[in-house]
Ligand binder design. Structure first.
Ligand code: F6P
Length: 324
């Protein structure tokens, strides 16, 4: 292994820059040359390669977003796109690739592995939806960002004695909603993994009202209930005067937390260790241990949802919503 490429792909996540820095610096210290690819798989297809040095990744450890840019690339799903990308990697004499991204990016990485490249994948997505790792880069920062925003929302909800329905990202994974909901003491937490009928939510809201809990917080995952729609239903059927807030992309930006920066450091080191030993794999962390997993296996299962924490969070918030 002489020369590697690194890129970020899919939705950006805080900690991607810290991870690029780690990959580049560990690669250089292992005597590997490093090229960066701009805009993920799109840049592979369009031949957007740049040289990376120790200096080019200076002063980025604290920055959100990604200095290499990112994209979601439909063209890489086609055989023609994949051929172009593979040809460009060969043209640049690349033997190993580090892919920093989420589920979709790992699927793309598998195509490169099947084409004969050694590929090290690093989980980076605020959704935290990869089942083989406890943490993906960006998740910790995102939940802290949203938690802080909800603190502000609570002030105004409490002052006006009215409920607020707050919609968070996470795609089909309820981890952001769960951790934010638990951290802010939300009375109702709605996630895609646990089906809760509209009527149950309306009944719970009515009960809260009867109990004098006027400023309830409802955290909903974006694919479970939309905040505007649920607020309309609650106001009509439970007779409250709730407000809807969609947090949106604010939760994907910002300076990475210390945890995300530390994980980025360790994931980068592990990815280079893999490539240096001529191996592929998906890097992760479970029970505090950094490890590498077989890439193909890292994307074959859905994440197991932590129902126990959901139940505990609802009990502790004095919620009337019951989870079977
Ligand atoms: O995958 C990260 C994520 O932020 C999801 O939580 C969300 O559903 C999606 O990306 C939004 O994508 P985009 O930024 O392309 O609108």
């Amino acid at each position: 292994m002489k020369r590697i490429a690194v890129f970020t792909s899919g939705g950006d996540a805080p900690g991607m820059n810290a991870c690029i820095r780690s990959v580049v610096r560990f690669a250089l210290s292992a005597n590997l040359e490093v090229l960066g690819v701009l805009r993920g798989f799109k840049g592979l297809i369009e031949n957007e390669f740049v040289n990376l040095s120790t200096k080019s990744v200076g002063n980025i450890v604290h920055l959100g977003g990604t200095m290499l840019y990112t994209s979601r690339c439909d063209e890489f799903l086609t055989e023609a796109g994949q051929k172009k990308a593979i040809l460009n990697l060969k043209k640049h004499k690349i033997d190993g690739v580090v892919v920093i991204g989420g589920n979709g990016s790992f699927n793309g990485a598998l195509v490169l592995e099947n084409a004969g490249f050694k590929v090290a994948c690093i989980p980076a997505t605020i959704d935290n939806d990869l089942y083989y790792t406890d943490y993906s880069l960006g998740y910790d920062t995102a939940v802290n960002t949203v938690t802080n925003l909800v603190n502000n929302i609570r002030d105004t909800a409490q002052s006006h004695e009215r409920p607020c329905v707050i919609e968070v990202m996470g795609a089909f994974c309820g981890d952001i909603a769960l951790t934010v909901g638990a951290s802010v003491g939300a009375e109702i937490i709605l996630v895609p993994e646990i089906k809760i009928a509209e009527k149950q939510i309306v009944d719970a809201m009515q009960k809260c009202k009867e109990m004098g809990k006027n400023s309830c917080l409802i955290i909903t995952n974006e694919k479970t209930y939309k905040a505007t729609e649920l607020t309309r239903i609650l106001n009509k059927k439970a007779g409250v005067d709730a407000r809807a807030l969609e947090i949106g992309h604010i939760q994907r930006g910002g300076s990475p937390s210390a945890l995300d920066r530390t994980l980025a450091l360790k994931f980068g080191a592990k990815a280079i260790e893999l490539l240096k030993n001529n191996k592929s794999g998906a890097v992760g962390q479970k029970n505090g241990e950094i490890f590498a997993y077989i890439l193909k296996n890292a994307i074959e299962c859905d994440k197991i949802f932590d129902v126990k924490t959901l139940k505990e969070a609802l009990v502790c918030a004095g919620s009337v919503l019951s989870i079977e």
